[in-house]
Ligand binder design. Structure first.
Ligand SMILES: Cc1cc2nc3c(=O)[nH]c(=O)nc-3n(C[C@H](O)[C@H](O)[C@H](O)COP(=O)(O)OP(=O)(O)OC[C@H]3O[C@@H](n4cnc5c(N)ncnc54)[C@H](O)[C@@H]3O)c2cc1C
Length: 479
């Protein structure tokens, strides 16, 4: 939208709702809010181009304000983009069609910590790390440790179906949430049922989990807590063949043990990353396993895991190389160890059942390393976030010298993503495990869902008939 009379009229209406100080149209802020961590807007900015910017940035402080803002947006048919911490990597927070960007960080009240039921109710914009620190003071933990906790919000965890380092025991955000308050595009405020387990019809709660701002604004979340464990212990193993490591993980999970973490790095990751972080220069696949809870419980679980790993010829590297990994677990995601511009990279992770995981890993490795050989593409992977029936592979492509031209760079990036994601789907995996879809992967959603896709689009059309909520995301057609 250009700087027209209508622009000023809407700006005044926004200020009437949230106050003068909580609306900004400053150019520097508009540029700052034109990107999240997705490569596309980042490379655009890096190479002197401007991604689509929001027209107005608004900082609401209450549900009532959000309701009124959405009524205003409906009346004028203006896009609304919910924005939590902006740490998303799929372009979910990028205002593709301009409009009103709702920064939710002022919605940061912790409403109730229920020390009897082990739940917390908080507003959606609360910072994840602050919430965790507050809970820790009471001997409680959310046990959701994404590498982005420093900036991500509670609403963002749930809206993008996030996962943390300890998810193998404690679950993904979607497994933890009990109930939510949501403002629909019409401005109507609704609540899901108070608990997630019931027999009162299909789930309203899961409909909004993972909706990435396309169906409404999540304003309040009640989520499960756990006691801070008495003990958390780590041990590392080295497998000479990734398949033995995968089999060890499968046996641990199908024996129904519940380690808080199993992380198995493939040979490339072991060599490239662990050498730098752990000072570990070995050939093979490094696996770190963690167990937590009461001391006696941890003893039993660690013994059972040790037996499984050593029976599969896992070399016991001891606890120190496990403890060290835990202490440095976030180093991988920050300079100087993380991949960043001018490199091209992408995390093309997927989840599948145990019977498909090795084939999916090999197929994607082949696609990246062979189809993009001319670009010197490399492929690294680790297997984290284990389920009773399967596991996620967190795999990445890296190109050290991508095209300089942003159009060419984006074209190559999209082509690699397309091939990697289609390989996942063809081999029984999903487009994504925990980073979400955004617009990076939205174009592939109809392929992922097949004949079920019109059902998804129908739900979107019913809840958001004017298509104002976060248009261009999750693959929904814009009305
Ligand atoms: C260095 C780094 C490491 C990361 N590590 C992890 C990891 O370990 N695990 C993991 O799961 N993810 C990880 N991520 C991705 C990202 O941090 C998560 O997806 C996180 O949950 C996003 O939260 P946010 O508050 O920043 O959301 P945003 O980026 O602000 O938004 C993400 C999407 O959710 C929507 N949204 C946000 N809040 C709301 C709301 N209240 N109501 C409706 N829609 C909303 C937005 O519109 C957008 O579509 C990482 C990212 C980075 C940069």
């Amino acid at each position: 939208m250009t700087d027209t009379l209508l622009f000023e009229i809407i700006r005044n209406e926004l200020m009437d709702i949230v106050g003068h100080d909580d609306v900004t149209v400053h150019e520097a802020e508009r540029i700052a809010y034109s990107t999240d961590y997705y490569f596309a807007p980042q490379v655009w900015i890096d190479r002197g181009q401007t991604p689509p910017k929001p027209d107005w940035i608004v900082f609401p402080e209450s549900v009532d304000e959000i309701s009124r803002l959405l009524k205003l947006a409906s009346r004028h048919r203006i896009p609304v983009i919910p924005y939590g911490g902006g740490t998303g990597s799929q372009g979910g927070g990028v205002p593709l069609y301009g409009g009103i960007l709702l920064d939710l960080k002022k919605l940061n009240r912790i409403i109730k910590i229920d020390e009897e039921s082990y739940t917390v109710t908080a507003q959606a914009g609360v910072n994840g790390q602050h919430l965790e620190w507050t809970l820790n003071k009471k001997g409680l933990t959310l046990a959701h440790y994404p590498a982005s906790a420093y900036g991500a919000t509670l609403g963002g965890y749930v809206a993008a179906r996030g996962t943390g380092t300890l998810s193998t025991k404690y679950g993904k955000a979607e497994d933890m949430v009990l109930s939510m308050e949501i403002v629909l595009p019409s401005g109507e405020v609704i609540r899901t049922l108070p608990v997630p387990n019931h027999a009162c019809g299909p789930g309203l709660l899961p409909l909004f989990v993972g909706s990435e701002g396309t169906l409404g604004v999540i304003t309040e979340v009640t989520i499960r807590l756990d006691p801070v464990p008495e003990e958390r212990r780590w041990r590392a193993y080295l497998f000479n063949d990734i398949r033995k490591g995968l089999e060890a993980g499968r046996r641990i999970m199908t024996k129904r043990l519940r380690p808080c973490t199993i992380r198995l790095y493939d040979q490339n990751s072991t060599q490239r990353l662990l050498k730098r972080v752990l000072n570990l220069d070995v050939q093979g696949a490094y696996m770190v396993v963690g167990s937590d809870g009461d001391k006696d419980f941890v003893d039993l679980e660690m013994n059972a895991i040790h037996e499984i790993c050593t029976n599969l010829e896992g070399e016991d590297l001891g606890s120190e190389l496990g403890e060290h990994w835990w202490k440095h677990r976030y180093d991988f995601y920050f300079p100087p160890l993380t991949y960043m511009l001018p490199q091209m990279f992408g995390t093309v992770e997927t989840t599948t059942t145990f019977d498909c995981i090795y084939d999916i890993y090999m197929a994607k490795k082949r696609v990246i390393e062979e189809d993009f050989k001319d670009w010197g593409a490399s492929y690294i992977a680790h297997f984290s976030h284990w389920f009773p029936w399967g596991v996620m592979v967190y795999d990445r492509f890296i190109i050290d010298k991508p095209p300089q031209d942003p159009h060419e760079a984006l074209q190559l990036h999209t082509e690699i993503w397309g091939k990697a994601a289609r390989t996942s789907i063809q081999h029984g995996g999903t487009l994504n495990d925990h980073h979400g879809i955004g617009f990076k992967l939205g174009w592939l959603m109809p392929e992922q869902y097949g004949t079920a896709w019109p059902v998804m689009q129908g739900i979107k059309d019913l809840l958001d008939p004017q298509g104002i909520m976060n248009p261009g995301k999750l693959g929904f057609t814009r009305r």
